[in-house]
Design a binder for this molecule. Structure first.
Ligand SMILES: [Zn+2]
Length: 314
């Protein structure tokens, strides 16, 4: 059965800053029975439906059989979805006032079912269809955004659970300063003259998002996961989220090696072709001194709290 007994689709949702390893964590959860990892589902409208960016399986979005089936199940097809999707989901509304209104919703954090605008009805159909087409009860979504988490929390038919993934900001800066391959084949990296401004912005975003995530965890419960702990040993996190039995299944797949042909129909994020998890502490040696000090000083108080206080859902 794709749905829970009470008819709700479970969503395992990852909140984090960019380059925190959310695609890796999501892909690992997606190995569990009854789980399907779909990447950053909030971007399925813009990157998929509008821009036809390649899916994680390698096919252009509109040619991917998985997404074709999902959109047919939810809306009758891609064309119909384009016609009925609220403009905000398609990315046509990005004005400051609208964003502020959205942020108001986040802070109010409405209970499920208390708000039912078009957006939420559309999302409800989408997630139910992902669950039905994949046959998985839990949809693993690495959308990262807090604002979107609040929307999902208010979406009828969904049961949201949250992982706040926190990576040491030194590692994020290192990852951002490296070139990364985009799905359209282009390379993305910071220009030298922009680096200081961008690094400061990245750390400010890291602080803001993780502070808001603490609020979300206090309200909803959930898990805070340190990325550095996860890449060293996945046992605690997987057991906490999946339970003993499912976690051992995933751990043994990781030990035996997940093959290169693994297909996950993920939206956005890095390509995951084979799953090799290794600690990445290179930034400690390679990140230039100034950003390393700035990242260390700014994040020190929050990292201390995180080290002493991991939230675990009831
Ligand atoms: Zn695909």
């Amino acid at each position: 059965m794709p749905l829970e007994q009470n008819g709700r689709t479970r969503v395992e949702y990852i909140v984090s800053s960019g380059r925190s390893g959310s695609t890796l964590v999501g892909s690992v959860l997606g190995l569990a029975d009854d789980h399907v990892f779909v990447g950053e589902l909030r971007l399925v409208w813009q990157e998929g439906l509008v821009q036809n960016t390649p899916c994680g399986c390698g096919k252009p979005f509109l040619e991917c059989p998985f997404w074709r089936d999902v959109f047919r199940e939810a809306f009758g097809g891609f064309e119909q979805a384009r016609k009925i999707a609220p403009k905000s989901l398609l990315g046509e509304i990005g004005r400051f006032s609208v964003k502020m209104k959205e942020l108001g919703k986040v802070l109010a954090f409405p209970a499920p079912g208390s708000v039912v605008p078009d957006e939420l009805r559309t999302l409800s159909r989408l997630y139910a269809a992902v669950s039905k087409v994949s046959g998985a009860r839990t949809v693993v979504d690495s959308s990262k955004s807090i604002r979107y988490a609040a929307m999902l929390n208010a979406t009828p038919g969904l049961k949201l659970r949250v992982t706040n993934l926190v990576r040491n900001p030194g590692g994020i800066l290192m990852s951002r300063s490296r070139q990364s391959k985009q799905r359209d084949g282009s390379e993305k990296t910071w220009k030298v003259e922009q680096r200081r401004v961008k690094a400061t912005k990245a750390i400010a975003k890291w602080m803001a998002r993780n502070l808001l995530a603490s609020r979300l965890l206090r309200r909803k419960g959930g898990v805070r996961l340190m990325y550095e702990d996860f890449v060293r040993d996945q046992t605690w996190y997987l057991t906490t989220v999946l339970g003993q039995e499912a976690a051992s299944g995933v751990l043994s797949q990781l030990r035996n090696g997940v093959n290169e042909g693994m297909v996950q129909h993920q939206i956005s994020g890095n390509w995951v072709r084979e799953m090799k998890i290794r600690p990445d502490e290179r930034w400690r040696a390679e990140l230039p001194v100034l950003p390393k000090i700035i990242a260390g000083v700014l994040s020190f108080p929050m990292m201390q709290v995180y080290r002493s206080k991991l939230y675990v859902r009831p």
